[in-house]
Design a binder for this molecule. Structure first.
Ligand SMILES: Cc1ncc(COP(=O)(O)O)c(C=O)c1O
Length: 437
């Protein structure tokens, strides 16, 4: 496809491959060579073109569903660089993990431990078993606490002894532990403080709980900014100390492998959504700009922005080609201009992209770019709502622009349904009764 591709039908996503590669290289420099592996968390964005790019940079994969594991395996990543994490894992997923001998599964409950152990034995698999812990330590500085507080994630520290004695009783070998305590940390000092507390905590586990650690998954939390005034995580400022802490942890515990997980840091900045202003209208004292994409396409950007009463980074652009869009820098200082309420196409008043968005005057046909939406955007949005379907996705590779995702057609959307199921002549699965509990 030519680099001078005119702007495709909006709405669409465009990703910068070089930004993803750059982020991978930054993270790789912060982890211990030959010991630490960064796993890309496919939950952030499982688009195979992004996963392939990341795997080519030497990263592994962190998966939470059978679909994600399938995408990871198709990328050609070494199964010994795949880990499986998540509060619920289906039997199908656990089966795929053991059959493909992936590196580890981090179990989060006794039920999962017993099921995994049985499947491992049945399939003679060497997939390691890690216990995901919810430690009693204070982790701060992130946007979401996922450890050190009441949570559905992991095994509470107070239950650990019980779980370990059950494992001993059943002769289930535990290879190590996993802690994912927080996410989206932007302040380098907080990151370092958290990581240092975590290392201290992990180093004490063998003595406190009589568990020999062979492998450790130390999580992540590498953040990216979403709102004006937030900083980029300056990883380089703490790189040296991070390496020292990893080195000391390996020395103290004797672990052979350390895993990190990262989603948004690797792909979040690389992705931009592009929408077009379709109409502008005045209602009382407000000026509404109605766009062809909204929370159906980048739900997090609208929901969290409205919750925080701060819009995401948005730029009005005069696009010439997709490469320019994909490399567009974040908008800087506030411009003086007119105040708009930017909304999407959904029939709900909550489809607000940005309230009080200050911009130079907007006109119908203008393109708007929503920044920082490469992660937790397209796949965590209700794309089927009102039948708009999921939008096309493109990746700018520097030399080429490749389409990496298709706009849903009506036919594709209909494929989910059993069309004509109520018609007399239609043969479909029927159930004579449904059990009522
Ligand atoms: C267990 C686990 N690992 C990795 C991630 C990825 O986080 P992030 O995209 O912030 O790097 C998450 C995010 O919620 C998570 O829960």
């Amino acid at each position: 496809m030519s680099q001078q591709l005119s702007v495709p039908q909006t709405p669409f996503y465009v990703y910068s491959q070089s930004t993803i590669q750059h982020q991978c290289q930054r993270l790789k420099r912060a982890v211990l060579p030959d010991v630490s592996t960064v796993l890309y968390s496919l939950k952030a964005n499982p688009n195979p073109a992004l996963v392939n790019t990341i795997v080519e940079e030497g990263m592994g994969c962190d998966v939470s569903s059978a679909f994600e594991l399938d995408v990871a395996l198709s990328s050609g990543v070494n199964p010994k660089n795949i880990g499986c994490v998540g509060p619920y894992k289906s039997t199908r997923l656990l089966m795929m993990c053991v059959k493909n001998n992936i590196a580890f599964v981090a179990v989060e409950s006794i039920e999962e431990l017993l099921e995994l152990a049985a499947l491992r034995k049945e399939h003679q698999s060497d997939t390691a078993i890690l216990l995901r812990l919810n430690p009693d330590i204070d982790i701060s500085g992130g946007s979401m606490k996922m450890g050190g507080a009441a949570s559905q994630f992991g095994i509470a520290e107070s239950d650990l002894e019980g779980v370990l004695s059950l494992a001993r009783e059943r002769q289930i070998h535990i290879h190590g532990v996993h802690v994912y305590a927080t996410t989206r940390v932007l302040d380098p000092d907080s990151f370092l403080t958290n990581f240092s507390s975590l290392c201290e905590y992990l180093a004490a586990i063998p003595e406190r709980f009589g568990l020999k650690l062979e492998w450790l998954n130390v999580g992540g939390g590498f953040g990216i900014p979403y709102y004006k005034g937030e900083q980029f995580l300056r990883l380089e400022a703490i790189q040296e100390e991070l390496l020292n802490l990893q080195h000391a942890l390996v020395k103290k515990t004797g672990v052979r492998r350390l895993f990190f997980e990262s989603g948004r840091f690797l792909v979040g900045e690389a992705g931009k959504a592009v929408v077009q202003v379709k109409s502008i209208k005045q209602s009382m004292n407000k000026t509404y700009a109605i766009c062809d994409g909204g929370y159906n396409l980048f739900h997090g950007a609208t929901a969290f922005a409205n919750l925080m009463r701060k819009p995401y980074f948005i730029s009005k652009v005069d696009p010439e080609n997709l490469n320019i869009l994909s490399e567009l820098p974040l908008p800087g200082r506030d411009v003086n201009g007119e105040v708009y309420t930017l909304v999407g196409p959904l029939c709900t008043p909550s489809d607000i992209i940005a309230d009080k968005y200050v911009s130079e005057p907007l006109s119908v046909g203008d393109y708007l770019v929503i920044h920082q939406v490469g992660a937790y955007a397209i796949t965590s949005s209700p794309g089927l709502f009102i039948g708009h379907g999921f939008p096309a996705e493109y990746m700018a590779t520097g030399t080429d622009i490749v389409q990496i995702g298709k706009q849903d057609s009506i036919e594709e959307m209909k494929r989910r349904y059993v069309i004509g199921a109520k018609r007399k002549d239609h043969q479909s699965d029927t159930y004579s009764q449904l059990a009522v509990v």
